[in-house]
Ligand binder design. Structure first.
Ligand SMILES: [Zn+2]
Length: 60
């Protein structure tokens, strides 16, 4: 059975101002995909060991 991972990050404009929350869902290829809840910009992140460590820390 494959576990379902969901992570929340922030869309930042110019690396500083927070636009909105981005809910990322883990894809079958181990990348992450989601949209900014405010502006709708799409995010896609490749597999990232450091990021996954943060995700695990957020799990219940
Ligand atoms: Zn945004």
């Amino acid at each position: 059975m494959e576990e379902q991972f969901v992570a929340i990050t922030l869309h930042r404009i110019a690396g500083q101002l927070v636009c909105g929350a981005v809910i990322l869902a883990k894809q079958p290829d181990r990348s992450w995909w989601g949209k900014c809840q405010k502006c709708g910009e799409e995010f896609r992140l490749g597999p990232d060991a450091q990021f996954e460590g943060q995700v695990r820390a957020m799990r219940n």
